[in-house]
Design a protein around this ligand. Sequence first.
Ligand code: ZN
Length: 259
Amino acid sequence: MSKTINVTVWNEFRHEKSNDAVKALYPDGMHAVIAAGLEKSGNINCRLAALDDPEHGLTQEVIDSTDVMIWWGHCAHAEVDDEIVKRVQKRVLEGMGLIVLHSGHFAKIFKALLGTNCSLKWREVAEKERLWNLEPSHPITQGIGDYIELPNTEMYGERFDIPTPDKVIFISWFEGGEVFRSGCTFTRGHGKIFYFRPGHETYPIFHNPEIIKVITNAANWAAPTIIKEDICPNTQPLETLSEKNVDFGKAGVVQASEL
Ligand code: ZN
């Protein structure tokens, strides 16, 4: 049995309240469906958090007890408080895992960690997507075949303005001809990050067992091996050092006697 992993599933949770088609697919929010899917694995405990919760549901206490955070946002990225973004970023650098889904490519937390624009091409005409599994030996693709096929998706196309990923796990082909790096891993500090493209709100993407399988695998992969607070100490040598020429050490510094 794998170790227990505490996952916080963060969702903007706005489309589900304002759009009837989205509400029909996800009456309690996409985060509730993702959490229910992950918890079927037996070793994942999920907590839900949303933009309109106090502190966006991401108090320090919540963050300190989160092994992996999942992030879905789209229309309200700008409403996410910069202080809370810093709080999440700090924890990722300390070792917390982060899984960013779909339109989270423009989330403040993703851009802060990656440092690039994270822009891409897009089109919404319900076309077919085939996600090719490039890394069948990777923990994130266990139980997944050569590809995952989604009959109706929003298209995301290259160029995706991200830094070169540690690994590209999936590459998507779209009916309209574009391709996209749909599954990418990054490391920032001690934290593991996985970006996973599927998840447009008007399609039942998070009801798809293969998509949930990938996110479940990613949560297990991204769970911290350590949590280590950043420090920058002045430090004493481990060995006894030979006496140094202190004058050399002061080279270039004008001495009082020379003035
Ligand atoms: Zn979308």
